[in-house]
Design a binder for this molecule. Structure first.
Ligand SMILES: Cc1cc2nc3c(=O)[nH]c(=O)nc-3n(C[C@H](O)[C@H](O)[C@H](O)COP(=O)(O)OP(=O)(O)OC[C@H]3O[C@@H](n4cnc5c(N)ncnc54)[C@H](O)[C@@H]3O)c2cc1C
Length: 448
């Protein structure tokens, strides 16, 4: 991996050269865009507190203010016209074996947390396609992996400490705070600055990953449930051409009776005998181990390896969640747009996510099929295709991924995110004067 890619993958910047309290202008210059480089932040000011006390002081004295995670979102969700605040120095991690939880500082990434947990004998229930993102940033947006029985990553949150607009630190927990807690987890950075998060853990486990090539859509139509139930986490990749899935990635937990044999065929698809990248022409070296080689959960659940560039780098992403039981219908609806989509697409990915009760989660009370698009960095063209996709998916009440690119109007978001009025009330409670509001929240949460 070259240095440019490492700096990019590391998300923010090199810690040893940080000036106390605020990033130097040179460092700020390197952080003024998001990871993909498609979004330029509106502010030069990035604060770097080292303690919760410093976070509280900053929250009291700054306005407007927005927490920034690892900058991997594709839109302005983490942007601010005032200050951004990075929690990267709050990087503690502590397992509590009694409650089977781990509490992490809000600066911790999954790439830091997962090996620590494994070393302690524990695992998370799931991971996204990449480990480079922060736990706080991922949970704030309902980030997910795949698996019929796996809720998104935010469903592991059992408690969260938030510095609210008045500078007070508030702890909300699943056990004590009921419905209010369900509203506070996928909070889009709107409730305040999360300083630590407690997550459920389970005993560590081993996994293996196998890839099959060329699954016909006709097989998918007949066997969709079996295909997505064939592993702990299953991802299908397609370019929407030729009525086929180009690659099927099956991630399975190794159980005592798991056979080491890998079937040569999977619903007519063929076992891959070499490691593959989901994007044609990209180095498979960046991907986690395949071909049935066993390894720890955190080196199989993501598609991409820590310290390597995930996905393409120069890209855009969009994703829509539809009800899983109408998944194939929704896939066919998007396929009709293939000649508009494919020219601007690196690849699409289809995953399943279990339902949850988190108000602003795209999977709220709905077992979901996630239809994802990794686009070439061609925003003028992509911007024209997104409304077509959204129109096709409207009859499925598709919910967009908050951290990716969408063009759905706020009036359309309101009916699909049914708890939006409750979320507005929660925001008003913790942030009555709109300190944590930004253009993204103004447009999408308050704009309807
Ligand atoms: C290559 C790539 C692959 C991806 N793969 C997946 C995938 O597999 N599944 C998926 O669902 N998504 C995926 N994403 C999207 C990604 O998971 C989300 O964008 C995620 O929110 C990024 O986390 P982050 O740490 O970069 O947060 P940022 O993008 O920095 O921030 C996201 C939100 O979190 C808030 N936030 C961050 N830290 C705090 C805090 N301490 N307190 C309060 N709010 C906070 C911000 O204000 C903002 O609203 C991918 C993105 C990329 C670039």
């Amino acid at each position: 991996m070259d240095k440019r890619h490492f700096l990019k993958a590391s998300g923010v910047f090199v810690a040893s050269t940080i000036l106390s309290g605020r990033a130097s202008s040179e460092q700020q210059a390197s952080t003024r865009t998001n990871w993909a480089g498609n979004y330029t932040y509106s502010t030069d000011r990035l604060d770097l507190p080292k303690t919760v006390g410093e976070v509280q002081q900053l929250v009291k004295s700054r306005r407007p203010l927005k927490a920034l995670g690892a900058s991997h979102s594709f839109n302005g969700i983490a942007d601010s016209t005032g200050d951004q605040i990075s929690l990267q120095y709050l990087d503690h991690m502590l397992v509590d074996p009694t409650s089977r939880t781990v509490t992490v500082g809000a600066g911790v990434t999954y790439g830091q947390l997962a090996p620590y947990l494994h070393g302690q004998g524990y695992a998370l229930h799931n991971l996204a396609s990449l480990p480079h993102i922060s736990v706080a940033g991922a949970c704030a947006t309902g980030t997910h992996g795949s698996g019929n029985k796996n809720g998104n990553l935010s469903t592991a949150v059992s408690a969260t400490e938030i510095v609210a607009a008045d500078g007070e630190a508030v702890v909300l927990s699943r056990e004590r705070d009921g419905d209010r807690f369900q509203g506070a987890v996928v909070a889009l950075g709107g409730l305040g600055v999360v300083t630590s998060i407690t997550l459920d853990v389970q005993p560590t486990f081993e996994m293996r990953q196998v890839v099959y090539e060329n699954l016909s859509m006709d097989q998918l139509e007949r066997h969709l449930d079996n295909i997505f139930a064939s592993g702990y986490s299953v991802s299908l990749f397609t370019d929407w051409q030729n009525h086929r899935i180009t690659q099927v990635w099956i991630k399975s937990r190794i159980e005592p009776r798991t056979s080491s044999e890998l079937p040569a065929e999977f619903f007519g698809a063929t076992l891959a005998h070499q490691k593959l990248h989901p994007l044609a022409g990209h180095a498979a070296e960046n991907c986690t181990e395949q071909m049935g080689i066993s390894g720890p959960w955190y080196e199989r659940l993501p598609h991409f390896r820590m310290n390597f560039t995930p996905s393409s780098g120069a890209e855009l992403q969009s994703e829509y969640m539809v009800p899983r039981d109408r998944g194939y219908e929704a896939i066919l609806a998007v396929e009709q747009l293939r000649d508009h989509v494919t020219p601007h697409l690196f690849i699409s990915e289809l995953r399943t996510v279990d339902a949850d009760n988190l108000w602003m989660s795209p999977c709220y009370q709905r077992p979901s099929m996630a239809i994802h698009f990794t686009w070439k960095p061609e925003w003028p063209a992509v911007r024209k295709v997104l409304p077509m996709i959204e129109e096709k998916l409207a009859r499925f009440n598709a919910r967009p991924h908050w951290a990716k690119l969408f063009t759905m109007s706020p009036t359309r978001l309101k009916p699909v995110y049914g708890r939006l009025p409750d979320f507005q009330a929660l925001l008003a409670h913790y942030d009555p004067h709109g300190k944590f509001r930004n253009d993204f929240l103004n447009a999408n949460i308050y704009g309807g």
